[in-house]
Write a protein that binds this ligand. Structure first.
Ligand code: UD1
Length: 384
């Protein structure tokens, strides 16, 4: 295992790139920048996400400091995007000489920056380690497995993650169960969430429906085939006859809908199409939803934390605890199964659950405490 260099500067390079990274890094940056630690953080944005709605709004909502460096890679194929992030991140490590690089989640920016750091002998810290869907067709699963293999310090959100890591040969003493930093962010912002009616009012003078369902969709397995996407959208129209559906559209999904000529399926009386929402708008929509339909990873966890029933349109999940203990049901893409799950949820109030262990709002503090102990002996020798 790489240990921090003997005389290091206590500087941690924190990496973000895509939307789900922002709610994970926000509480870690806040904790690292607090006066109580001699560690310092620099924020590196790869630029994987760059739209106002996918990017800037989250920095505003979550009060994340402006990135110190933006690599501005933008969109491309996985290979080109990953390679370009690597190419642009290497000089940053040369220039900053950090004590460690901290990456979160499972996006292309996560593996790209972890790999650069590992090759340069800079210790890698992975937050949200050990989650496994056991489905290597998901780009994120490849990113998870590889990032964990080259990480020196691995922070997990649920106990089962440790077993996954041990099975893959990761040393036990590198793994720390700290809970879920995304739930820190949720706790911190719940009282500030934008009321759903305000979000509806922005988009439509007519849509004031309560109760309502929310849908998000962006996984390649759901949106990158015309047939699958059309079938899901037809099913959603059927659901909207049971309960109005609010559908904030991810740019990738919008691209696909336009490309396949499926736009007519979005025009329906009980379907409210919205642009991608900011964090506070989405939180407000989520907390009062009767049911959430999604293929997102993070939303499976946030709905469990809020006690809102979640129907996941995937065949598997890497966040098994949301099924075992939370409100999540995995139903895949089958029309009958989706409709049955929605019907049952509307009739019974849906699956209830409990809050998973250590999803208590204090995970980032645990992370920084452990980081401090890990780095501190050397810090006292060679602080600059
Ligand atoms: C990425 C992550 C995924 C995460 C998702 C959340 C990987 C492999 N995937 O998927 O794990 O759940 O982010 O959103 O890292 N686009 C824009 N504006 C933007 C960003 C993207 O218009 O700011 C469009 C572009 O057409 C782009 C497409 O969305 O080609 C896909 O973006 P990309 O970053 O490649 O992957 P996501 O599908 O967003």
């Amino acid at each position: 295992m790489s240990m921090p260099a003997l005389s290091h500067n206590g500087k941690i390079l924190c990496v973000v790139g895509a939307r789900p990274n922002f709610m994970k890094i926000a509480p870690i940056m806040a904790e690292l920048n607090s006066a109580s630690t001699p560690l310092t953080a620099k924020l590196i944005h790869t630029g994987q996400h760059y739209n106002q709605a996918m990017n800037h709004q989250f920095f505003v909502d979550l009060d994340i400091p402006e990135p110190d460096i933006n690599l501005e890679v933008g969109s491309a194929s996985h290979a080109v995007q990953t390679a370009e992030i690597m190419r642009r991140f290497e000089p940053v490590i040369d220039q900053e000489q950090p004590a460690a690089v901290l990456v979160v989640g499972d996006v292309n920016s996560t593996i790209a920056c972890a790999l650069v750091a590992a090759k340069k002998g800079t210790p890698v810290i992975h937050v949200e380690a050990g989650l496994r869907s056991f489905d290597r067709t998901m780009p994120e699963e490849v990113n998870r497995v590889l990032t964990d293999q080259i990480s020196d310090l691995l922070f997990t959100t649920e106990r089962m993650a440790r077993n996954n890591l041990l099975r893959e040969g990761i040393a036990d003493d590198r793994i720390h169960f700290v809970g879920n930093v995304m739930i820190d962010t949720l706790h911190h912002n719940l009282a500030r969430a934008t009321p759903a009616k305000d979000t509806f009012a922005l988009a439509s003078a007519f849509f004031i429906e309560v109760p309502y369902a929310v849908l998000t969709l962006h996984r390649p397995s759901n949106v990158d085939s015309a047939e699958t996407l059309a079938a899901i959208l037809h099913t959603i129209i059927e659901i909207s006859e049971m309960i109005p559906v609010v559908f904030p559209l991810h740019p990738r999904t919008l691209n696909r809908i336009e490309y396949y000529g499926l736009g007519h399926l979005l025009v329906h009386q009980k379907l409210l199409i919205l642009p991608p929402l900011g964090y506070l708008q989405m939180l407000g929509l989520m907390k009062d939803a009767r049911v959430f339909l999604t293929d997102s990873g993070g939303i499976q966890e946030e709905t469990t934390a809020l006690g809102v029933p979640c129907i996941t349109l995937r065949d598997n999940t890497e966040r098994q605890i949301t099924v075992d203990e939370g409100t999540n049901m995995i139903v895949g893409q089958d029309r009958q199964k989706i409709l049955a799950a929605v019907r049952k949820t509307l009739e019974t109030g849906g699956k209830s659950g409990r809050i998973p262990e250590l999803w208590d709002g204090n995970s980032s503090r645990r992370i920084v405490d452990i980081l401090h102990t890990w780095l501190n002996p050397e810090l006292s020798l060679g602080s600059t």
